[in-house]
Design a protein around this ligand. Structure first.
Ligand code: NDP
Ligand code: 2IT
Length: 449
């Protein structure tokens, strides 16, 4: 039944994260494949797991000491059945082909769920922006784009940000693209607001994740008001998740980075969040400094030997993992259950290990998987592309209202697909099936390409 998973594992045995993402989707869609023999005849599973194109390139750059450095650049153009390839760029030392293939694969189904015309892709580099000067980051981004520019375009492939790629990096990347092509187009999203960016794009992933959580709670006639929330990460997604949770009347008590986490029992209010934004986005400091500034907070450094993450071991109602893949293992999932958490809403991509996901599903939690819950970011990227094409800029309210409608629609679509295939309330199956059907029907329409 799962031949395709064996094929993928045997072909690229080291790509563990890619195997994980493929296994989850293929398990969810098995009943769909069984009901539609045409899909297997047309080799849909085999075609979905093979990128349409994968680009690997050298990125040489000069550091501030005048020493030459070399990194690897990648762009995975996974599937263009529904539109131009679309998805972020990640700059992090852990980046490799397997991680980017998992992210590109997830992106294909996520983008299908948004209802907007976008295929799926992902890219990035093993370059580590941490500790680099602005000039070093600029030289790196310029060199990266000197190769990437020949593969992308507003109707071909439209990259955006992800871990380690924010407004600063998108600016440098756009500058070099524009110079090389001699044209000003919407080739990247997440652009600055005065040069083609969309209002609400920085906020969109975090806000969207909170809208999705509110939709899940509404199925049980509940709201976020008064809920205690655990948020991981302290970057783009974590910041705007926290911001919207504050507005909704919830209380956020944790944030983290790769060095450790802070627990603030008194709650992170807007003023403290503004401090975090400056700390992380301007000073590029560490979350530890939050505990130096606010005495109510306790900082706990990461213990690399630990079999669980203590961030997930606090009494709470909701959890918003918003840092990185596989940050919640089975022990963490069990701790969340034991601590009374009922909502897990994934701002990050694939933050829960498969055995952790099983625990959430066994306990019938309101569990929103990343490809549904964090689709708000790429949705507003899609809206940025629309505005660029029209050469118009919508107001905050216009974009935010569209974001809310899209998150509502993704929630309803996932819930209906889960119900239709006999697993009511299972958003994992629902999101995988709804995204899959939309993509593969387009692939069938377009023939064997
Ligand atoms: P940022 O770079 O802004 O922030 C990432 C945060 O996660 C930082 O606090 C970082 O800590 C932490 N982190 C990153 N890698 C690790 C790691 N290996 N171990 C522990 N902590 C880590 O990225 P974003 O907020 O944009 O992205 C966060 C997650 O959300 C990712 O999974 C991304 O794929 C996903 N996502 C992002 C979207 C977007 O629009 N930006 C859209 C949809 C999903 P440190 O600074 O110490 O590295
Ligand atoms: O994982 C994601 O959806 C993103 N990093 C955002 C992609 C985008 O094109 O806005």
């Amino acid at each position: 039944m799962f031949d395709i998973i064996e094929i993928v594992k045997n072909r690229d045995p080291q790509e563990k994260e890619f195997h994980q993402a493929v296994t989850e989707v293929m398990e969810s869609v098995t009943p769909v494949l069984d009901q539609n023999p045409l899909y297997r005849q047309a080799k849909i599973p085999e075609r979905l797991v093979e990128p349409e194109r994968a680009i690997l390139f050298r990125v040489p750059w000069m550091d501030d000491q005048g020493v030459a450095q070399v990194n690897r650049g990648f762009r995975i153009e996974m599937n263009s059945a529904l539109g131009p390839y679309k998805g972020g760029l990640r700059f992090h030392p852990s980046v490799n082909l397997g991680i980017l293939k998992f992210l590109a694969f997830e992106q294909v189904f996520k983008n299908a769920l948004t209802t907007l015309p976008m295929g799926g892709g992902k890219g990035g580099s093993d370059f580590d922006p941490k500790g680099k000067s602005d000039n070093e980051v600029m030289r790196f981004c310029h060199s990266f784009m000197c190769e990437l520019f020949r593969h992308i375009g507003p109707n071909t492939d439209v990259p955006a940000g992800d871990i380690g790629v924010g407004a600063r990096e998108i600016g440098y990347l756009f500058g070099m693209y524009k110079k090389l092509r001699n044209e000003f187009t919407g080739v990247l999203t997440g652009k600055g607001i005065n040069w083609g960016g969309s209002l609400i794009r920085p906020e969109a992933t975090g806000y969207g994740s909170v809208y999705f959580a509110a939709e899940m709670l509404a199925t049980r006639n509940e709201t976020l008001e008064g809920k205690i929330c655990l948020v991981s990460g302290a970057g783009n997604v974590a910041q705007y998740t926290t911001e919207k949770l504050i507005v909704m009347g919830a209380k956020v008590v944790t944030l983290s980075d790769s060095s450790g986490y802070i627990f603030d029992e008194t709650g992170i209010d807007q003023q403290k969040l503004d401090y975090v934004k400056v700390l992380k986005n301007v000073k590029r400091g560490r979350i530890k400094e939050y505990a130096d500034k606010y005495s109510a907070a306790v900082y706990t450094p990461v213990d690399p030997e630990a079999d669980h993450n203590p961030l997930w071991d606090h009494k709470a109602d909701c959890a918003f993992p918003s840092a990185t893949q596989n940050e919640i293992n089975a022990n963490d999932a069990q701790n969340l259950v034991n601590n009374g958490v009922v909502v897990v809403c994934e701002g990050a991509n694939m933050p829960t290990t498969p055995d952790g996901v099983d625990i959430f599903l066994e306990h019938a939690m309101l569990y929103g998987p990343g490809k549904a819950a964090n689709a708000g970011g790429v949705s507003v990227s899609g809206l940025e592309m629309t505005q660029n094409s029209m050469r118009l800029a919508w107001t905050r309210e216009e974009v935010d209202n569209r974001l809310k409608l899209i998150m509502k629609s993704i929630h309803r679509t996932a819930l209906e697909a889960a119900e239709q295939y006999g697993t009511p309330g299972n958003y994992v199956n629902g999101a995988n099936i709804a995204g899959f059907v939309k993509v593969v029907d387009a692939m069938l329409d377009q023939g064997l390409v």
